[in-house]
Design a protein around this ligand. Structure first.
Ligand code: SIN
Ligand code: FE2
Length: 214
């Protein structure tokens, strides 16, 4: 007899490491509001394909909201307080974003989480994110809160070193992954997205990644 029989209506927590877990379905009831907010913010700062310092065009399209936005170009990765495409500040972080991030972080014991940056990633079938660490933020303890919306993905959870073996987890619409504290600098990535369609997003996966950048 499995626990799910009794708790299937509740979000399930899947521990990954100290300070890290997958919160299954944690964002499901707020997903429509989150996606409406994405639609609104991309009217101000559209999705774009950034170029890596090595000169490669990323297959994931990105934009940001909040005080700081993560950008990449041939001179490197950095946070900026304005969108280089529009010359204006990034759109403000929608209250529904900030509340979800705070609530998810609190589930792992990170109280009063107040992200100042949210990277919004748009994947289509074939898009991927190579294994990397999130190292560009000033706060090395406050968690990353990562929200999956739309079509599914296989998330790769690695170790502290690039050579450490990664474990694969399928992420679905509404799943949230949190990693902070001792796990904050773990390697992670996303396998090429499989062909799929979702009722609200079509052939698209949206990922919101909250950070404490400055
Ligand atoms: C990221 O590492 O920035 C995104 C992870 C994801 O899309 O699940
Ligand atoms: Fe990342």
């Amino acid at each position: 007899m499995t626990l799910e029989l009794f708790a299937s209506h509740e979000p399930r927590r899947q521990p990954l490491a100290p300070g890290a877990a997958i919160l299954r379905g944690f964002a499901t009831t707020r997903a429509d509001a989150l996606l409406d907010a994405v639609d609104a913010l991309v009217r101000h700062s559209p999705f774009r394909h950034l170029v890596t310092p090595g000169g490669h065009r990323m297959s994931v399209a990105m934009t940001n909201c909040g005080a700081w936005g993560w950008t990449s170009d041939t001179s490197g990765y950095r946070y900026r307080d304005e969108d280089p495409e529009t010359g204006r500040p990034w759109p403000a972080m929608p209250p529904v974003f900030a509340a979800l991030a705070r609530d998810a972080a609190a589930e792992l014991g990170f109280d009063d989480y107040a992200p100042d940056a949210c990277l919004v990633n748009r994947y289509v079938p074939g898009s991927k994110l190579s294994m990397h660490q999130d190292l560009d933020e000033a706060d090395a303890v406050a968690p990353i809160v990562s929200v999956s919306l739309g079509i599914g993905a296989t998330f790769l959870w690695g170790g502290a070193r690039r050579s450490d073996r990664a474990v694969a987890f399928d992420l679905s619409h509404g799943d949230v992954v949190v990693w902070g504290g001792a796990s904050r600098h773990r390697f992670h990535g996303v396998r090429p997205i499989a062909e799929a369609s979702h009722a609200r997003t079509g052939r698209v996966r949206i990922n919101l990644t909250f950070r404490r950048a400055r």
